[in-house]
Design a binder for this molecule. Structure first.
Ligand code: NAP
Length: 260
């Protein structure tokens, strides 16, 4: 299927590694010109070079913190009129809500709710004028099935989801579609990081422990970031004008529901 994306321009946030990187690769394979962001310039430049070599598309690396106004402004300066925006960021820490003060909460809301909302605000009117826009927000399976120790993530992402649900329905008739993808366990550095302590204690490889934990889930494995990237590219495609304000759960069937 031709996704109809040749020559389009995208900003993919938090894309030097993991899910953001996978989305950038899948979009580049469809001929999309990219601006990718992350805080660590060296890793970001490496990823940009890799994607250029893999696909031949123009990839501009903009190092910065996407949670900050300056970080967002730099990405928008490099790509003022994107056809596609993939919102992504690091996730808030685990913990007990009794330990979280106001400042800690504001950081989480800034990162996982307000940063994507302000980027959407910056690009959506241009998309409406040009009669094409695709926005994908990377949230989390925790939006449907909250993870108790990830209270700040549950809350900030639910806030973004509620906002998007309304906005997506206001802009869809301009061929601007906004959807969310909700990752379950994908084999990225973040997921591996969560298993490192157990791996050290048991002297077993991280990937073996991940596999053991997930072997009883319906898919029996962790997700491959490339699968996530391809789903994202599809949701950014010219084919999806009628898929509006959806929350696509990619979790290998772990969330048990007859109407997910
Ligand atoms: P990852 O492998 O750790 O990659 C995170 C990427 O985001 C890196 O490129 C990182 O680069 C960048 N980044 C982090 N904070 C940033 C900031 N403030 N500004 C710009 N870039 C930033 O993480 P991932 O597994 O792909 O996860 C991506 C998102 O999906 C997270 O919000 C995570 O909570 C969520 N999620 C992941 C899973 C999973 O299984 N992987 C499941 C559910 C939800 P720098 O550090 O250099 O900035």
């Amino acid at each position: 299927m031709d996704l109809g994306l040749q020559g389009k321009k995208a900003i993919v946030c938090a894309a030097s590694k993991g899910l953001g990187r996978a989305c950038a690769i899948s979009l580049a394979r469809e001929g999309v010109e990219l601006v990718i962001t992350a805080r660590t310039a060296s890793t970001l430049e490496e990823t940009a070079a890799e994607i250029r070599q893999m696909t031949g598309v123009k990839v501009t690396a903009v190092a910065g913190d996407i949670t900050s106004e300056e970080g967002r402004a730099a990405a928008l300066k490099a790509c003022p009129s994107p056809d596609i925006l993939v919102n992504n960021n690091g996730g808030p820490p685990r913990g007990d809500f009794r330990d979280w003060d106001r400042e800690t909460w504001i950081k989480a809301v800034d990162a996982n709710m307000l940063a994507p909302i302000f980027l959407i605000k910056a690009v959506v009117d241009g998309m409406i004028e040009r009669k094409f826009g695709r926005i994908v927000n990377i949230t989390s399976g925790s939006v449907k099935s909250p993870i108790p120790e990830l209270g700040m993530s549950n809350a900030a992402r639910a806030g973004l989801t509620g906002f998007v649900a309304g906005l997506a329905r206001q802009v869809a008739h301009h061929n601007v579609v906004i959807n969310n993808i909700l990752p379950g366990p994908f084999l990225t550095d973040r997921l591996r990081g969560g298993f490192q302590e157990a791996a050290r204690k048991t002297n077993r490889p991280v990937d073996e422990l991940v596999q053991e934990r997930l072997s009883k889930t319906p898919a029996g494995r962790a997700g491959d970031p490339a699968e996530f990237g391809d789903a994202c590219a599809f949701l950014c495609s010219a084919k999806v004008g009628f898929i509006v304000g959806q929350n696509l759960l990619l979790d290998g069937g772990a969330f048990n529901s007859s109407s997910t």
